[in-house]
Write a protein of this length. Structure first.
Length: 146
C-alpha cells in the first residue's frame, strides 16, 4: 500500500470508528445498556469487572476497542507492514477518532446554545408583543395552506 493510500485511510477510517464510539457512549439509543454498565462498573467487586463495564461508558476507552476491531477487519497498517504498522495505525486511528468526536461534541454544543438563544429571543418577543397589545393572541399565528 502506498503512503498516499495509507494517509487517505488514516483520515477516513476514524470516521466510522468515531461514529460507532459516539453512538454507544453518548446517544439515547444505548442509554439503558450504558446506564446498566455504569452501575455495574461501580458495584462489581473485581477490578477487571469494573474496568470491563467502564469501557462502555468512556468514549476514549471504547474507541481503542473499536479501532482494534477495524484494524482486524481492514488489516490497515501505517508506515510499516508488520506489527509496528498495526501499533502506529491503532494509536493514530484512536487519536483522530477522538479529535473527530471532540469536533462533533463541540458542534452539537454550539447548535444547542444557538437553539436556546433563538427560543429565548422568541419568548422575549412574545412577551413584548403581549405587553404592547394585550388583546393580541399569544403564540405564533396559525399556519395557512394554499
Amino acid at each position: 500500500m502506498t503512503l498516499g493510500v495509507q494517509l487517505v485511510l488514516l483520515f477516513v477510517l476514524p470516521i466510522p470508528i468515531a461514529c460507532i464510539t459516539w453512538t454507544v457512549t453518548h446517544e439515547e439509543m444505548f442509554r439503558e445498556p450504558r446506564d446498566w454498565c455504569a452501575a455495574k462498573c461501580k458495584s462489581c467487586r473485581r477490578l477487571y469487572s469494573r474496568k470491563f463495564f467502564y469501557v462502555f461508558t468512556c468514549e476514549y476507552c471504547f474507541s481503542h476497542y473499536v479501532a482494534a476491531l477495524f484494524l482486524l477487519i481492514t488489516r490497515y497498517t501505517l508506515l510499516f507492514d508488520d506489527w509496528r504498522g498495526y501499533l502506529i495505525a491503532g494509536f493514530s486511528l484512536v487519536w483522530l477518532a477522538n479529535v473527530y468526536m471532540s469536533f462533533f461534541g463541540r458542534m452539537r454544543l454550539e447548535i444547542r446554545e444557538d437553539r436556546l438563544a433563538v427560543d429565548a429571543g422568541e419568548e422575549r418577543a412574545e412577551v413584548t408583543d403581549a405587553q404592547n397589545d394585550p388583546g393580541k393572541p399569544r403564540g405564533r399565528p396559525p399556519k395557512t395552506t394554499l
